[in-house]
Design a binder for this molecule. Structure first.
Ligand code: ZN
Length: 400
């Protein structure tokens, strides 16, 4: 029997998911030397736990971008310039009738080639409905017709039509996320159920725009309810487009919020409308991107994959298959749908420097890239006496 070292709960505040489960593999890990003091045996492999973030990153950066304006191309180019990954929430209506045109929806047909390139480059396309239903004032939370508006606006055509168009126009294998147009209807359980029934695993809100509350919801980890999920802060001119309640934008203030989340080991999720930005290296947007980009201990990832990752970590079991010797083996398994939960997770081990790791018979390469900016790769990385093994689930690991 492997020794069960200890157990712990999934802890959002700890840097790592240490001690989720610790198994010793091998003969006893410590033996008594001649003097009676314990010494570590060489050749032993010890599983320490699943890491909180991929590749044992200290913190996470997520960016989400709303609406189908032609400026989405500018924002995608700026993000690639600084290696920031994000989720583009696109409204998919190809050709709205003139009387129903909302300027956000006019250019979607121009965007698809750029969105396909974004998918290939590690970004995500999320759904922002087909027609972007946001008919004020009846869509405002204070309206007596608010619930009726939500009831009518959240149709299968909006929820599934946008999803299916993204699948048709890009090679993205799944549409994980939804963003509520104008932030409306996010708080209703019956709406959240419709979102979940359409297959989304998370939905981003935009709370209290009229009151300026949308500027800094200050979420620094996964949302307790993923179907009413806020973010950390808005990065836009004057904070927001509607009303004058938001303070003017201040780059040091934006940067300080990132620093706070980074120092706490949290998830920094910032959102923007491209039509509310300035572009170019002297504008506040690129200045902020430069501040937050290319940290070797940050995981840059879109919203859907980071929510999927949370579930993968919670639901994956690691079981030792052997009692050690030269070939310690572990089964990494879960019963999740691999189409939705197609990402990897990271396992922390102590292992001798000479050891190689095979995943389903294939030797894992040592990671040399400095920045963690994908969610579905497999590799190993050494850090001091620790070995971080990043693998897809439902595999057998073998140490040689
Ligand atoms: Zn919108």
């Amino acid at each position: 029997m492997p020794a069960l070292l200890d157990r712990g709960d999934f802890n959002l505040t700890a840097t790592h998911l240490r001690s989720t489960r610790g198994f010793l593999v091998g003969a006893a890990v410590v033996a008594l030397c001649a003097s009676g003091a314990p010494v570590a045996q060489t050749g032993d492999i010890q599983f320490l736990g699943k890491t909180k973030y991929l590749n044992n990153a200290r913190a996470v950066v997520v960016h989400s971008i709303d609406d189908s304006t032609k400026l989405v191309v500018n924002i995608a180019d700026a993000m690639d310039k600084y290696d920031i990954k994000g989720t583009f929430f696109i409204s998919t209506e190809q050709d709205p009738p003139p009387e129903e045109r909302f300027f956000n929806q006019l250019q979607v047909w121009l965007l698809w080639p750029r969105m396909q390139k974004a998918v290939e480059n590690g970004h995500e396309i999320g759904a922002h409905a087909v027609t972007h239903p946001c008919s004020r004032p009846q869509s405002d939370t204070t309206s007596p017709n608010y619930e009726a508006f939500c009831q009518t606006a959240y149709t299968d055509a909006e929820l599934k039509g946008s999803r299916d168009m993204i699948l048709k126009r890009t090679t993205q294998p799944y549409v994980w996320t939804w963003a509520y147009p104008c932030g409306h209807c996010a708080s209703f359980g019956f709406i959240q159920k419709r979102i979940a029934d359409a297959g989304y695993i998370a939905a981003r809100n935009y709370p209290g725009e009229a009151q300026g509350l949308h500027v800094r919801p200050d979420l620094q980890t996964w949302a307790a309810n993923p179907y009413d999920a806020p973010y950390t802060q808005v990065v836009q001119k004057a904070g927001g487009r509607r009303g004058a309640t938001a303070p003017p934008i201040d780059v040091p203030d934006l940067d300080a919020k990132f620093d706070e989340v980074y120092n706490k080991g949290g998830i920094y999720h910032f959102m923007s409308h491209p039509q509310s930005l300035d572009f170019g290296p002297d504008g506040f947007y690129e200045k902020h991107l430069a501040h937050i980009s290319r940290h070797p201990d940050v995981w840059y990832v879109p919203m859907g994959p980071v929510y999927a990752f949370h579930t993968i970590v919670e639901r994956t079991d690691i079981k030792p298959l052997s009692k050690g010797g030269a070939k310690a083996r572990f089964a990494v398994s879960n019963t999740l749908d691999p189409k939705i939960y197609n990402g990897s997770l990271t396992l922390e081990f102590t292992a001798p420097a000479s050891v190689s790791v095979l995943s389903n018979g294939k030797k894992l390469a040592e990671r040399t890239k400095a920045v963690t900016d994908r969610w579905n790769e497999e590799y190993v990385r050494r850090e001091g006496d620790k070995l971080y093994v990043t693998v897809l689930s439902n595999t057998t690991l073998e140490f040689r």
